[in-house]
Ligand binder design. Structure first.
Ligand code: C5P
Length: 220
């Protein structure tokens, strides 16, 4: 177990986007590919964890034998799947790009074109990670922060507001970082004041560094 320090631990990883239905043929989503979360799930499994990957709609797949993929579509479905597993989890990595808003009503028939302008009322989706922070018993919670400005300030605010143990900050401003790239450049912030800036590297390497930091947190 020296090389598999997470043996016996159950991890939940959320990854990918969510889709929020407008009518039977249309939905709202975002550019998340799920690559970073899938790489983290694999790195956790390599470290010995039993991993449940709650994955929004994406063409990316997990092939790791230690990872069970649980597909979901909407933020509500992701919330229900994650919370149903939460009491059995030792750690959660929330890498999903959960839609912040969803249509208040889903039309049961295809919305016809006609009017020059169409308004769709949106309401907030549940903040899954915030809920987990508020209902934390013993679980380690790791979140992501993706912003286009004031990245550090927002990341530290999320670390605190969502009761996280660590947050992974990435910036869309960095070349080669973010959606759909195979590389990423991140800074890790721990609740104990830890701050670690990693150079640009592959998402697989970033995932290993994140898992190393998680293993350190476990012993802290
Ligand atoms: O507040 P913000 O959405 O920027 O926080 C990002 C972090 O919160 C990510 O870890 C993301 O997976 C998680 N999150 C969530 N549920 C939401 C929104 C964000 O779990 N509805």
């Amino acid at each position: 177990t020296i090389d598999r320090p997470l043996t016996g631990k159950m991890a939940i990883v959320t990854a990918g986007p969510t889709i929020e239905h407008i009518d039977p043929v249309r939905y709202i989503t975002n550019h998340s590919s799920g690559k970073m979360g899938i790489a983290i799930a694999a790195a956790l499994a390599d470290a010995g964890a039993n991993v449940n990957l709650v994955l929004g709609p994406t063409s990316q797949v997990s092939n790791h034998p230690g990872v069970t993929t649980l597909p979901v579509q909407t933020a509500q479905e992701m919330f229900e799947k994650v919370t149903s597993l939460y009491s059995a989890a030792n750690l959660v990595v929330a890498a999903a790009a959960v839609a912040d808003y969803r249509p208040v009503n889903i039309a049961d028939k295809k919305i016809k074109k006609g009017q020059a302008q169409l308004h769709i009322d949106l309401e907030k989706t549940p903040d899954i990670l915030k809920y987990l922070g508020e209902h934390k018993v013993h679980q380690l919670l790791i979140g992501f922060s993706l912003e286009t400005d004031n990245e550090r300030e927002y990341a530290l605010k999320k670390l605190n507001d969502k009761h996280l143990d660590m947050i992974v900050m990435n910036s869309l401003a960095d070349a080669g970082a973010g959606f759909n790239y195979d590389t990423n450049k991140v800074t890790l912030f721990g609740k104990n004041g830890m701050e670690r800036s990693l150079p640009l590297k592959s998402k697989l390497e970033v995932a290993k560094d994140i898992v190393s930091a998680i293993i350190e947190l476990q012993h802290a």
